[in-house]
Design a protein around this ligand. Sequence first.
Ligand code: FMN
Length: 773
Amino acid sequence: MSTESCPADHVDRPTDPVSGCPVSAGAAAFDPFGDAYQADPPEAVRWSRDDEPVFYSPSLGYWVVTRYDDVKAVFRDNTTFSPSIALEKITPVSDEAIATLERYDYAMNRTLVNEDEPEHMPRRRVLMGPFTPDRLAHHEPIVRRLTREYVDRFVDVGKADLVDEMLWEVPLTVALHFLGVPEEDMATLRKYSIAHTVNTWGRPSPEEQLTVAENVGKFWQFAGTVVEKLRRDPSGDGWMPYSIRKQREYPDIITDSYLHSMMMAGIVAAHETTANAAANALKLLLENRTVWDELCADPGLIPNAVEECLRHSGSVAAWRRLVTADTTVGGVPVPAGAKLLIVNSSANRDERHFEDPDTVDVRRDNATEHLTFGYGSHQCMGKNLARMELQVFLEELTRRLPHLDLVPGQRFSYVPNTSFRGPEHLWVQWDPAANPERSEPGLLDTRQPVRIGEPTTRGLSRTLTVERVDPTARDVVEITLAEPTGAALPSWSPGAHIELELGEVSRQYSLCGDPEDRSRYRIAVLRDPGSRGGSRYVHDELRPGTSVAVRGPRNHFRLDADTRHHVFVAGGIGITPILAMADAVCAAGGSYELHYCGRSTGTMALLDRVRRDHGPRLHEHVSEAGDRLDVTALLAEPTDGTRIYACGPQRLLSALDGASAHWPGDALRVEHFTTAGHELDPAVEHAFDLTLADSGLTVRVAPDQTVLAALRAANIDVPSDCEEGLCGTCEAPVLGGEVDHRDVVLTRSERSAGTRMMTCCSRACGASLTLGL
Ligand code: FMN
C-alpha cells in the first residue's frame, strides 16, 4: 500500500508491519461490501471498536467511526460534520450511467437528510407538522387494518415469506398514505427504491450501474408526475399536499426542485427503512425464541422490544458526514475535506455504552438510546411512525401466530450496500391447526394501546426471587437474587447497579457479586437510620423466597480502560461498586490499591471477602481505631495514568474532590449514593430561557419548574430516570450560557467545560442557555 494515498498522520503513527503504512492491517482489510460486513456490520467492525475506533479505509476513501460516543458526537455537530454527503453515491458513477440519468432529467437535489444550516432547520420547522404525536395517531387505524389484512392472507397457509408477503408492502402503503400519494404499482416502486439504495450506498458493477440508473431515472420521473398531480389539488391529507400548501406560504424555503427531491427521497425514507427494520426485528426475535415467547406472554413489553430490535439489528447500519474543518474524532486528527462513515449499528453494540450489547434484552432500560434514527437536528423525522408500525406488526404477529418459527436452514441475503440493511426474504412456518384464533375468535378483537413516541422504561422490570439474605456487617445485609426460571440474567460490568421496587419506592443498589455468574445478582444494603422506606423495606420484608421487581443493570460508574493505576477509595457501604471494580482489576492483573474506610470493623460490609481477595493491596482505615484516611497525603502527587475511583459518604467524596484539585480534571471518578436533595425553591430561583438550537424553539423555564419539565411541556423528548441528578440519563448538550450545575454526575472538568448539563436539576446562572436539542 502506498503511503501517499493515506491521509493518516504519518509522523505520529508507527508503520504497521502488515499493511506497511500507518493504516493498520484491520483498516486495510475493511470492506463494507464484503460478506462479513453484509452479514453483521457491528460484528465485522468489532476489532475497530476494541482497538482502533476511528480509522482510515483506503479502499473506501472514508474515515470510519465505530464507537458510540464518537458516532454521537459526530451526529451532534452538524457544522463540523456536514450531512451534505449523506446521499452521495458511494461508488463513483460511470459516464454511461450519468448519461442514462441525464436522459431522465435526473436532478436529485438537497433534501432534509443532506442539507446544511442555515437552510435545513427553517425547512424542517415548516415541514414538521404532520410528524407530531397527535397527527401520527391518526395513522394507527390504517397501519392496523393493513397489517391485519396481510396477515389474513397467509394465516391459514402455514408458511410465508414475511418480507414478500407483508413487511415490504405494508410499510410502502403506509408511506404512500402518510405522504398522501395515490397507491401505485407496488412491485415497480419496490424495484425503484432498491435501485435508489444501490445507487446511493451500493457497489454496482458497470452493467448493474446502467440498470440501476434506468430505474432511478424512472423513479425520478414518477416522483415528478406525482408532485404535479398533487399540485393540481393539494387539499388532501398527507405530507406532500401539506408541503405543497406550505410552499405557498414559504416559497423561498420550499422550492420546486426541493419538493421533487423530497418526493423521491420521502418514499424511500418512509418505507424501506421500516420494511427492513421490521424484517430484522422478526428475524432477531425468532432467533431468540425465549424473547419471542416473552413478548407473546406479555405484549406490554413490545414498545421497548421495538427499541431493542432497532438497537441490536437496526435497518440503518451506517451513515455519512463530511468534515468541514480540521478536527479530531475520538482523539484522532481528521482533516477538513475528509469523509466519514459513521457506523451507527456498531455504536449500538458498543459495550462502553450498552451493557452486554450482543444480548437481546427487551427490558433494557436504555435501549432507546440507540442511534439507528441518528441523533440531533437530523434525527429521523419519521421515527415515531416507524415505531408505531413495528409495534403493530409485533403485536399482531405475536397474538395471532405465537407458534411462528423460522424455516430452518435458510440463508439470508442482503442487498450489498453500506447503509440500508434487512434480509431480502424471511421464511417462517407454523401449524395453522394450532392458530389460537381458531379456538378463540375473540382474540381478533383485542389490541394493545400503541405508544407514540419513545417508550417509558418504568414497566420494564423483571421479577427475581430472593435466594439468600446474609448479614454481612452491623445493619448491612447481603441479598442474593435469582431468576426463578433459571434463565440467564443480563450481564453487567463493575460499577453497575440495579433498581429494586420496594413497596412504594424504588431504590438503586450496586452489584457486588461475580459478573461471571449469570444466574444471580448480589447486593449489600445498609439500613439507613433515616430511611425513606427503601432500605427499611429490604431489611424488614425481603426473605428467601420473596419476589422482587428489578430494573437494569445500568452503569454510570465505569472503569476507564486507559487507567494505568487505580486508587480505589470506599467509605462504608460505598464498598459495593468499588469491590466489583477491584475484583475486575485484580483478575485482569492490573495495578491498584484499595482504601476501605469505616467507623469500626463491625460496620464494614463484606470485609472478610475484601481481606481475603485484596489483602496485599488493602488499606483499612478504621476511624474508631484512630486510623482515618489522610486524603491530602494520598493525593499529594498527581501521577500520569492514575485514576481515583471513589464511593462513599458525601463528606469523603468532597474531601477527595478538594484534595485532587491539582490533578487532571477527570482523574477523580465518583459514584454518589445520595444527593443533597435540593428542593426547588421558587422564592430563590429565577426564570430563564432555553434556546433549542436543533429544534429552533425558545422555551421559558419558570422559577418553580425544572429544565426537564419545561422541555417536556414543549414536546421535546428527553429520557430521564432518577430525576435527582444522580444517574445522568437526562443529560443535554449545552452550546451557550453558563450552567448552574446541581447534579453529582459530571466530573470537575466536565462541569467547567460547560458543554453538558443534567436537565432534571441543573439550571442557568444567567438569563438563558442554548441547548443542542
Ligand atoms: N445503598 C446501599 O445500601 N447499598 C448500595 O450498594 C447502594 N448502591 C447505590 C447505587 C446507586 C447508583 C445509588 C444512586 C444509590 C445506591 N444506594 C446504595 C443508596 C440506595 O439507593 C438508597 O438511597 C438507600 O438505601 C436509602 O434509601 P431509603 O432512604 O429509602 O432507605
